[in-house]
Design a protein around this ligand. Structure first.
Ligand code: DAU
Length: 357
């Protein structure tokens, strides 16, 4: 089969699977190999829509494996035209409970992928292949640290403040070092807080929506006035595809959200749509080192021609309605490992909580 072949690592996760679904839909000439470790956050059900579609299914291959494992990574990179690396440990609270896996995947895994690209570059120079794969590293606004005022631009100094953010910063710095030292074709995207269907219910929005559906309390950290800039998952996946096609080699691109707001406002919006009372909200002990605000300028990406499509009001309504309609997706993942994580993260906090004003 001709056409482009993309290796999507972490392609069974939240944003990765959205990228896979839209890429196979948008371009009938593209094939995708997903490499996913299927940790708690990877879920084959996220690709069910593709696997149920005869046309898209034949252009998708799923390999279960770890990006830190060179023996798995090398042959997959050898076959592809581009690598888009979504594979990561992503939850800040888990990185505070134990950073180990964050360093392994978010740094060691990036290293293994870059080494595989470097091996392909040598094959290119021996004319064993036409071109070396482009490497797109999916990063985050958290690498800038807390932004008290103004907006981060791509050349700002990175000041990550959690083990998660530090590991993501290390991963992208390593990627840039391979661009500079070895001449690899590297692009980096820094996405804002992303929300939408299929997000594992550990993050603010899916956790609070699914708790509220069950009339369980909503643990709001500190004063709830931390600010985030919310990016709908389809827009995030679309922007990554855009940077893959149009981004300048060696550059980073911010992907800001469409709506900067305080956590309290998000909680108010979702309770209103679900018709649930504010009395469900409990004020709990804050996250250590909690970043107060993220805000990025999207000028560079806008300059390339990319635009958001989904305003927050639409995106949050679609997301809430999806969780209401898709209990068969989220009830199974809110069990087993989720329960033990939930009690490690919240049991003491909830025992010492107070009603949120
Ligand atoms: O900004 C991009 C980042 O967004 C991604 O790189 C991360 O992978 C992703 O986890 C997310 O980071 P945050 O820490 O901002 O997302 P989270 O959903 O964990 O929290 C959003 C806000 O809600 C934050 O201020 C903490 C607060 N929060 C979160 C949880 C889970 C609560 O008040 N209570 C909670 O139980």
């Amino acid at each position: 089969m001709s056409g482009r072949h993309i290796l999507v690592t972490g392609g069974a996760g939240f944003i990765g699977s959205c990228f896979v679904r839209r890429t196979l839909r948008a371009d009938s000439n593209t094939r995708v190999t997903v490499l996913d470790k299927m940790t708690y956050a990877g879920n084959r059900a996220n690709l069910r829509e593709v696997e149920a579609d005869p046309d898209r299914r034949q252009r998708l291959r799923v390999v279960v494996g770890d990006i830190t494992d060179s023996a798995i990574v090398r042959p997959l990179v050898a076959e592809c035209d581009a690598v888009v690396n979504f594979a990561a440990e992503t939850h800040v609270d888990r990185s505070i409970l134990d950073p180990t896996a964050f360093l392994a995947t978010n740094v060691g895994g990036v290293h293994a992928l870059l080494e595989a690209c470097r091996a392909e570059q040598e094959r290119t120079s021996r004319r064993e292949r036409r071109a070396t794969p482009r490497f797109l590293q999916v990063s985050t606004d958290e690498v800038y640290g807390s932004v008290e005022s103004g907006q981060s631009v791509e050349d700002d100094r990175l000041r990550p403040r959690s083990p998660y953010a530090a590991a993501k910063a290390a991963g992208e710095l390593l990627a840039f070092s391979y661009a500079i030292t070895f001449g690899l074709d590297v692009v980096v995207t820094r996405g804002a807080n992303t929300y939408g269907p299929y997000q594992y219910p550990e993050k603010l929005i899916p956790l609070f929506v699914t708790n509220a559906i069950d009339d369980q309390v909503l643990p709001l950290y500190g004063d709830g006035m931390q600010r985030r800039d919310w990016l709908y998952v389809d827009d995030h996946a679309d922007a990554i595809a855009f940077v893959l096609d149009h981004g300048a080699s060696g550059s980073a691109y911010n992907i800001p959200g469409a709506h900067e707001t305080a956590n309290r406002e998000v909680v108010t919006a979702l309770l209103r749509r679900l018709g649930k009372p504010w009395t469900l909200v409990r004020s709990v002990a804050d996250r250590p080192g909690h970043d107060r605000r993220y805000a990025m300028s999207g000028e560079r990406l806008r300059g390339l021609g990319w635009r958001h499509r989904v305003p927050f009001a639409d995106g949050i309504a679609r997301t809430i309605d999806w969780y209401v309609a898709n209990e068969q997706w989220w009830r199974p993942v809110r069990s087993g490992e989720w329960n033990s994580y939930y009690s490690r993260q919240y049991a003491d906090r909830l025992a010492a909580s107070s009603a949120a004003e």
